[in-house]
Design a protein around this ligand. Structure first.
Ligand code: ADP
Ligand code: MG
Length: 323
């Protein structure tokens, strides 16, 4: 039902950056090694994302735009499995309810690709088209049919900042994917996609940051922690350089950030907010995930254990270099 789609769209699609997030996550989920994000006017006019991933079979293309028809959740247990980024099966349905979409896609198995055009959930056209393997999806005129929402969009500048921030986060979480980001024809980011976290960080924040990072590589039977923390040459008075990922998903974890900030406070007091880029891998059964699409919180079964572990690892690393 189109009205339900339009209402539910509000859950997933708040602003252009939420569209970029869902589309980029889909591209990454499809196994792409290269993704190009091309934005016009802060995403208000146009968001175009192309990937070299799996593509979608012509016979499956319509289904992608149906609510819950395609969810990557097969069983309820999967709800706790964060390894797959997309897990709700409603992003494309929601986005297509409030925009004009064109998707061009082809799988390796097919000789010819498929082009589908939708406007406000309605399929306008579907036809075969010659194209390369992978998917290109173009979302135009976001909220064209929900004027109230359109009115509440922020300035192009503000939306652009949101999108850039989001792309940076996804790039850091996926160093194996080459992400090229173009905004109003200007190249904003081009990560190497060589699976080296340090190289992604360098392409976003520059050498001044990467020259002052300390590698962390820890593993025990419960948790794996890989990434970087800042040494005492990086002073930060805000949280901009605190990136924590759990099972590839960007999170704001109070426990982890508290543990990191605590270590810094005890060793480099001037650094209120410890710089960190940490990828944490933990068995999904050890965490409770808030399933709401836009929530970034995560809760550990054994919070104290995680806190102490992170605090001590970071502390030891900082001591090694500052003594
Ligand atoms: P979810 O990602 O939760 O399954 P979405 O609405 O985001 O739901 O996507 C619906 C489906 O469309 C996906 O499950 C996937 O099968 C397909 N799909 C979407 N984008 C892509 C893409 N870039 N490449 C391949 N398949 C895609
Ligand atoms: Mg998805």
């Amino acid at each position: 039902d189109l009205t339900i789609n339009k209402i539910a769209a509000g859950e997933v699609v708040e602003r252009p950056s939420s569209v970029v997030k869902e589309l980029l996550e889909n591209a990454i989920d499809s196994g792409a090694t290269q993704v190009v994000v091309d934005i016009t006017d802060g995403g208000k006019k146009c968001i175009k994302i192309s990937d070299n991933g799996s593509g979608i079979l012509s016979s499956e293309v319509e289904k992608c735009f149906l609510r819950h028809a395609t969810s990557k959740i097969k069983e309820i247990d999967d709800l706790y499995d964060l390894y797959s980024l997309g897990f709700r099966g409603e992003a494309l349905a929601s986005i297509s309810a409030v925009s004009n979409i064109e998707m061009i896609t082809k799988t390796k198995e097919e000789v010819i690709g498929t082009k589908i055009v939708l406007s406000g959930s309605k399929i306008i056209k579907k036809e075969p088209i010659g194209t390369k393997d992978g998917t290109t999806i173009t979302v135009k005129d976001l909220f064209f049919n929900t004027p109230v929402r359109a009115k509440f969009l922020k300035s192009t500048h503000a939306e652009t900042i949101n999108i850039s921030d989001l792309i940076n986060k996804l790039a850091i979480g996926n160093p194996g994917v080459r992400i090229k980001y173009i905004n109003n024809k200007k190249l904003m980011l081009n990560t190497p996609g060589d699976n080296k976290l340090i190289n992604v960080i360098r392409s976003i924040y520059g050498k001044e940051i990467t020259d002052n990072l300390i590698e962390i590589d820890y593993e025990d039977e419960k948790i794996k922690i890989y990434g970087y923390i800042g040494n005492n040459n990086i002073y930060r008075s805000n949280k901009n350089l605190q990136h924590v990922y759990i099972n590839k998903r960007y999170v704001r974890s109070k426990v982890i950030l508290d543990a990191i900030n605590e270590s810094y406070k005890s060793i480099i007091p001037i650094n209120k907010f410890g710089v960190c880029f940490l990828n944490i891998t933990i068995n999904p059964s050890e965490i409770d995930v808030n399933i709401h699409p836009t929530k970034l919180e995560v809760k550990f079964q054994d919070e104290k254990d995680v806190y102490i572990k992170i605090r001590d690892i970071v502390k030891n690393k900082l001591l090694n270099i500052s003594l």
